[in-house]
Design a protein around this ligand. Structure first.
Ligand SMILES: *Cc1c(COP(=O)(O)O)cnc(C)c1O
Length: 232
């Protein structure tokens, strides 16, 4: 197991350093620890080191992990960040606190219908395709305002903001371009009357660029848990 406490501390220091550079309060940027492919014991160790919010991509894997960590449920926040098919929305609506990867209205409607009344509304972000690649999920920037308005009206969801997964880029200046696009879109939606507070952008390789452009949640896996092994 990697030294999770040390890695978490190092990532928090990266966030604090760039927040200071941007004139932002470090506490205004939440760290989401992306635990996909890592065992429940690693999440437990990260929790013991003070980490509370965890991101998962695969419904089956996440369900088992959430179950294995049921004793910690009251002090854990589970965020679904992976591609979501409409036949898999029910466990997500039942088990998670957040979904970052809502990429069409139909998914949002199902999550709203399936969110149990006994739980608080599900926090969601609309995923936007800021790189314009055919293969990437997310709504086109031009459609975002319309879809966001419709999601905001659903009774069992709370639309919190926007999320993106840009194409990898080399320099920090190149990394900032798609993040800036998402932030500008976020500001337009807020100016249009939507009550949004979340910009979910930035991962291990580009969290500095994301924080400089206004990220409020950075989603970090590799820099905390190490490299992922998809072979089993
Ligand atoms: C896996 C994943 C991450 C974490 O990526 P790292 O490069 O390991 O930090 C962040 N966001 C999403 C949507 C992911 O699927």
């Amino acid at each position: 197991m990697p030294d999770l406490a040390h890695n978490l501390e190092a990532v928090q220091q990266r966030i604090a350093r760039v927040a200071q550079q941007a004139g932002r309060e470090p506490r205004s940027i939440a760290l989401l620890a992306v635990s996909k492919t890592f065992p429940a014991e690693d999440v437990r160790a990260a929790h013991a080191a003070g980490q509370r919010a965890f991101g998962e991509n695969y419904v089956q894997e996440a369900s088992a992990k959430i179950e294995a960590l049921a004793d910690l449920r009251a002090s854990l926040e589970w965020h679904f960040i992976g591609p979501l098919q409409s036949n898999k929305t029910k466990p997500v609506a039942q088990l998670f606190d957040w979904v970052h990867s809502v990429d069409r209205l139909k998914i949002a409607q199902r999550l709203s219908e399936q969110r149990p009344d006994t739980l608080a509304p599900l926090n969601v972000c609309l995923q936007v395709n800021v790189s314009g690649e055919e293969s990437k999920s997310g709504v086109a920037p031009a459609e975002a305002a319309d879809v966001a308005q419709q999601i905001a009206a659903l009774p069992r969801l709370r639309l919190r903001g926007l999320m993106s997964i840009p194409e990898p880029a080399g320099s920090i200046d190149e990394q900032r371009v798609p993040h800036r696009l998402l932030r500008e879109l976020f500001e337009q939606l807020r100016a249009g009357g939507l009550d949004l507070d979340t910009l979910s952008m930035g991962m291990s390789a580009d969290l500095e660029a994301a924080v400089l452009e206004g990220a409020t949640i950075v989603r970090v896996g590799t820099a905390i848990f190490g490299g992922r092994d998809y072979s089993h």
